[in-house]
Unconditional design. Structure first.
Length: 422
């Protein structure tokens, strides 16, 4: 009671986005808005807090539905991460003496316990996170709510993304401009090279992926994907003062290997800070990949030499969370997407390259997902497979262009760059 009287009111600003997966599950994401701190200052007396959450609403499996395939029940799962700030900020002295978990989560735990055995979860297409509340003793068994909170929250935190350093979460960055000012980019004869440690990136096997088969337009059958036609050449990680596009002319390998053809993908993480992950692929066999007459090459010629509209119609991304929390897996999903219909992609064609710049900030849904993942990159392993969609029999079966695996990336290792204005 005394604590409630002394603690200022918290304020949280969130933005929400949603999607529907192919199995009928709705996924709703709530992410902390970057103007929360500013709003708290203007209102006075309020402490800015942070919240990220994911909600899934799953229908029944087909064999449990009514005759008209109508799902008369749904299972809603909510996973939330709340940082109250102020006295409860990690590392603050008052937090050492205050059981803040029990203070904030007592009512939530009571709710968990009350419904622990009431839902037959196996009947639904999307299973919720595994929090073993059924094994948590209640107060009637002689336990305090604080003990229940400790058990439930310890499980939930393992399910959610683990908290990283304070600078890598939500707003801001662990390195201020005063501590490490931007330096001039090495864009002279040497070109740009972040020297990003290869332990954070690699290619990956295509064994678990499926693509459209030769007769897909007739039978809708997908087949196991063959290994990619391109190999991963290098990955760079930069931090820019503002979003930057068309970086290929500044990359050292484009200048150093004019005989090679580069397929370059830039993931532009919404900022600030403005991170860029740049992956370059090269053909395993240049003639087989770019010159021979095959379904793959017909699509590649359309993509490389066509218009931006042509490219937006066929470029496809297949994402997969190999390792990561429940909330990240639900946010990213694994459904193939014609990405040019979801976000803005800037295409740049050069003498020996094609560059794709993913403007993630152009889509609220994509930006929220990436912000969520970027706050937990040190615990996430994600695969991204790139290909062109076969929409007629003469360009089927589909073949992968390349696969990028990002392995628990530490964004604080990004090379800070200042681009000269022309």
């Amino acid at each position: 009671t005394l604590l409630k009287g002394l603690m200022p009111t918290r304020v949280v600003l969130v933005e929400s986005t949603w999607r529907q997966d192919c199995d009928g599950t709705f996924v709703i994401l709530f992410s902390n808005h970057h103007q929360t701190s500013q709003y708290a200052k203007t209102t006075g007396g309020l402490v800015p807090a942070k919240m990220n959450a994911a909600v899934t609403i799953a229908p029944l499996k087909p064999n449990y539905r009514l005759r008209n395939n109508y799902s008369h029940e749904s299972l809603m799962t909510v996973v939330m991460r709340f940082e109250p700030g102020g006295w409860f900020e990690p590392g603050s002295i008052p937090r050492i003496f205050i059981n803040s978990d029990a203070f904030f989560l007592q009512s939530m735990v009571d709710w968990f316990i009350s419904i622990r055995e009431r839902t037959e979860q196996e009947r639904f297409v999307s299973k919720p996170l595994k929090i073993a509340v059924s094994s948590v003793p209640t107060e009637s068994a002689g336990y305090k709510v604080e003990q229940v909170v400790k058990r439930v929250t310890s499980t939930a935190i393992q399910t959610l993304f683990r908290p990283g350093s304070r600078g890598n979460q939500g707003e801001g960055n662990s390195r201020s401009k005063e501590q490490a000012p931007f330096v001039e980019a090495e864009v002279g004869k040497e070109g740009m090279n972040s020297r990003f440690d290869s332990r954070f990136w690699s290619s990956a096997s295509a064994s678990y992926l499926k693509v459209r088969g030769k007769k897909y337009l007739e039978d809708k059958v997908k087949i196991p994907a063959a290994e990619p036609m391109f190999e991963l050449f290098r990955v760079d990680l930069f931090e820019f003062p503002a979003p930057c596009e068309h970086l290929a002319p500044s990359m050292d390998y484009v200048k150093d290997f004019p005989e090679k053809f580069f397929y370059i993908v830039q993931l532009m993480v919404p900022g600030p800070p403005h991170y860029s992950i740049i992956a370059a692929f090269t053909p395993k066999d240049k003639e087989a990949c770019l010159e021979a007459d095959s379904p793959f090459n017909r699509l590649m010629r359309t993509f490389v030499d066509g218009t931006d509209d042509d490219r937006n119609q066929i470029f496809k991304l297949i994402p997969a969370i190999v390792e990561g929390s429940w909330i990240v897996q639900k946010a990213v999903g694994n459904t193939p997407a014609i990405l040019g219909k979801k976000i803005r992609i800037a295409y740049h064609r050069g003498a020996n390259y094609i560059e794709l710049d993913f403007d993630i900030a152009s889509s609220a849904m994509a930006a929220n997902i990436v912000r969520l993942v970027s706050s937990a990159t040190k615990t996430v392993v994600v695969d991204m497979a790139f290909l062109n969609e076969g929409q007629s029999e003469d360009v089927l079966p589909e073949q992968l262009i390349g696969i990028l695996r990002l392995n628990k990336v530490d964004l604080s290792l990004a090379k800070r760059v200042h681009m000269k204005s022309e």
